[in-house]
Design a protein around this ligand. Structure first.
Ligand SMILES: Nc1ncnc2c1ncn2[C@@H]1O[C@H](COP(=O)(O)OP(=O)(O)OP(=O)(O)O)[C@@H](O)[C@H]1O
Length: 703
């Protein structure tokens, strides 16, 4: 373990980390492949951690093998033949006295064919599947055995690999690196003073890494797989600490900057509020006050507004924008997708135009003359408000006086992109205020950490009169009833979404599926105007379809999941989601949030293709039971296990390699304490830690 006094010195001396070419078998070609995995130094190999482990420590009798088991079996070849049945394959039947399995190879060499002969004894590792006759192992790892060959002593790690770099090779390299670093501790600096670690996790860095790569026989597979083993937690702690430090410093720097105070005179805010057909909910009022208070200050606002689908976040954004315009500043409104940005453009224009405020539009797909004009108008300050996609981040975009940036669905942008935004405030060297909006329900403590650099406001109340969306799950076989329901809703003057989510891993196929559905529906419903929208359409076309749907000219909109976030057409009151069994809970919730936004009772039909597995069944059940985003997030957590709920994409936190914000949630208070201690006592170690875990992206933070 690192000696407290030595930490700073070690930090200064690190950087070396050892050369890969010191390892047996690493030439320039292999070094290049390793680089693809981000491995440049000996030390980096140690941080390439297993995704899972396999138990190859005992040979399983074939007779007790079940489908789905991954296991080592050992037996003698009884028979081998090459067969042609749809595909050429080599079948080898192996038996051990207790039972038999068939090894199946689709790709095989002549040498393999010759070596795998009757009487040869093999040890294999693979996953057992039900085959034509009995159990099969498809493409198992195998070798010839002699009688006294020992089995593996420790669990076998399985690594994320890359093309041309197989597991066995990686295992060997990592083993070599571990041996090498074990002998020369200077190759791996341990920056964490022992006292900063929670007591249960006090072990040195090398020990923790070694345990994960070569778990001793005493380590239970379950502890490793669940992630509860202290070795993983020790590393997770270190990683979280590095991120905490990085965000903490970014925030400190941000706070050192000055923004233009936007006290406002209500000249625009008042008439806007009066023009609304509704009054703000209590939650909206509270959040408005929080935002306005921030805007009055000299410190740049950095606030996350979190609210369930349809809770009325846009109104808050408009209010903040009006404050900025009252003070003569400019506002940038950014959304992650073209459709969502267009939607904001529509809302902002509708609300701001009557107040005499011009709203500009900037997107990557704009015609160049148009774009040039817009860029100029932004630079001259002629456009007080500009709405757009990430095109607004680009360098050529210069504002005359950017006072406020509104970023919607920020988890799609990422912390670093967002921070880049602040560079765009140029008025008298002042930074813009930032308002970030998200509908992803995240428990509060978690939000505080995932967005450690943000203040958080929550809109925890829906506008009055909203009726919960009534949800049913129907089997695909009852499609014709659903089509009849669509006809009925349209007949009653309502509008309908029909969503065709990703079925295959391909955008093209998804769009095709939507096109097919649109055609079939148009044929089945000749009196109804059917529109189609998907990601591969041109921006103008999407825009015009959305505009026509909004205007009520299109009654039934067939869409891919491009409409997942933000789309707001209050007259739409029926949503059909095809292949609902394939979507996760949060996505289903977002999609369903497109209806139930007006005062008519809305419904959602989840069409599924059976038979359903247990998790899919549970998901559909939860959707039927509740409309509450927070509850859905909680249930999602129970169902999927913590690991997957808050992926990097969703948290907006920079990439986490080991830690998991949900699973390691309990470490966070200690992490926060440790971060303060490190900054005060060991600033250099803190910097090295950030370099190790946060990497390049920490560059914008000057420590
Ligand atoms: N206080 C209110 N009373 C009644 N209706 C409201 C209120 N606030 C907002 N609305 C309306 O509710 C609908 C949803 O609002 P908005 O689009 O702002 O929601 P959102 O939080 O951005 O939702 P999403 O995350 O789903 O995009 C809009 O039609 C809006 O005009």
């Amino acid at each position: 373990m690192a000696d407290e006094r030595a930490v700073n010195t070690v930090a200064a001396e690190m950087e070396e980390g050892g050369r890969l070419t010191e390892l047996k078998g690493v030439g320039p070609k292999l070094a290049e492949r390793l680089q693809k995995l981000g491995i440049e130094r000996l030390q980096d190999l140690l941080f390439h951690l297993p995704m899972r482990w396999e138990d190859r420590t005992r040979v399983v009798p074939m007779g007790s093998l079940r489908p789905g088991d991954r296991a080592v079996v050992e037996g003698t070849i009884q028979h081998a033949e090459t067969v042609f049945r749809r595909r050429r394959s080599l079948l080898v039947s192996l038996s051990d006295g207790s039972g038999a399995v068939t090894l199946r190879f689709f790709h095989f060499s002549r040498a393999q064919q010759e070596n795998l002969k009757r009487g040869v004894k093999l040890r294999c590792y693979g996953e057992a599947r039900r085959g034509r006759v009995g159990l099969e192992l498809v493409h198992p790892e195998y070798r010839r055995v002699s009688d006294d060959m020992p089995v593996e002593e420790t669990l076998t790690p399985v690594y994320p690999a890359t093309e041309g770099l197989q597991q066995a090779r990686l295992r060997d390299l990592i083993n070599q690196a571990l041996d090498r670093i074990q002998k020369d501790a200077a190759l791996l600096a341990d920056y964490l003073p022992p006292a900063t670690l929670p007591e249960a996790l006090r072990m040195d860095l090398f020990g923790a890494l070694d345990t994960l790569h070569r778990p001793p026989p005493s380590v239970a597979m379950e502890a490793l797989m669940e992630g509860s083993h202290p070795a993983r937690r020790r590393l997770a702690f270190e990683e979280l600490l590095a991120h905490r430090l990085s965000l903490r410093l970014a925030r400190a720097r941000f706070r050192e900057d000055l923004a233009r105070p936007l006290p406002g005179d209500d000249r625009l805010v008042r008439p806007f509020l009066e023009s609304l057909a509704f009054s703000l909910t209590g939650a909206q009022q509270r959040v408005r006050e929080e935002v306005f208070r921030d805007l009055e200050g000299e410190a740049p606002m950095l606030r996350l507004v979190q609210g369930d689908v349809g809770s009325g976040k846009t109104v808050i954004a408009v209010l903040a924008a009006l404050r900025a315009v009252e003070a003569g500043g400019q506002v940038a409104v950014m959304a992650p997708t073209e459709i969502l940005a267009e939607q904001h453009l529509g809302n902002f224009t509708e609300w701001l135009k009557p107040l005499g405020i011009r709203v500009g539009w900037l997107s990557g797909k704009q015609a160049s003359a148009d774009r040039r004009w817009t860029l100029k108008a932004i630079a001259h300050g002629e456009l007080p408000v500009v709405v757009g996609t990430h095109a607004l981040f680009q360098e050529q975009v210069r504002f005359r006086d950017l006072a406020l940036a509104v970023v919607d669905e920020q988890h799609r942008f990422g912390v670093h992109q967002r921070l880049a935004l602040r560079e765009k405030g140029e008025g008298e060297g002042r930074r813009p205020h930032q308002l970030i909006m998200t509908a992803t329900p995240i428990p509060r403590t978690l939000a505080m950490t995932a967005y450690a650099d943000l203040d958080v406001s929550v809109i925890d109340e829906l506008p009055p009169g909203r009726e919960p969306v009534k949800t049913v799950a129907l089997s695909e076989t009852r499609r014709s009833e659903v089509v009849a329901r669509v006809a009925e809703a349209c007949g009653a003057g309502r509008q309908v979404y029909w969503v065709c989510p990703l079925v295959e891993e391909s955008d093209v196929l998804q769009c095709q599926a939507a096109e097919d559905s649109a055609r079939v529906l148009a044929e089945a419903l000749p009196d109804i105007s059917v529109g189609l929208i998907h990601g591969r359409m041109k921006a103008e076309d999407k825009e015009s379809v959305m505009a026509r749907f909004k205007a009520g000219e299109i009654q039934l909109l067939v869409a891919t999941t491009v409409i997942e976030v933000g789309v707001n057409v209050p007259n739409a009151s029926l949503m059909i989601i095809e292949n609902a069994e394939r979507l996760g809970l949060s996505q289903l919730h977002q999609l369903r949030g497109r209806v139930g936004r007006g005062s008519t009772a809305s419904s959602c039909v989840l069409l599924y293709r059976g038979p359903l597995n247990e998790i899919a069944r549970a998901r559909l059940q939860i959707m039927r039971e509740t409309n509450d985003g927070f509850q859905i997030a909680r249930r999602d957590l129970e169902l999927r296990g913590p690991g997957e709920v808050l992926g990097t994409r969703q948290t907006g936190a920079a990439d986490l390699r080991i830690a998991d914000l949900m699973r390691d949630n309990d470490l966070l208070p200690e992490v926060a304490k440790a971060a303060e201690a490190m900054l005060q006592k060991y600033p250099e170690a803190a910097e090295a830690l950030m370099r190790r875990w946060v990497g390049e992206s920490s560059r914008y933070v000057s420590v």
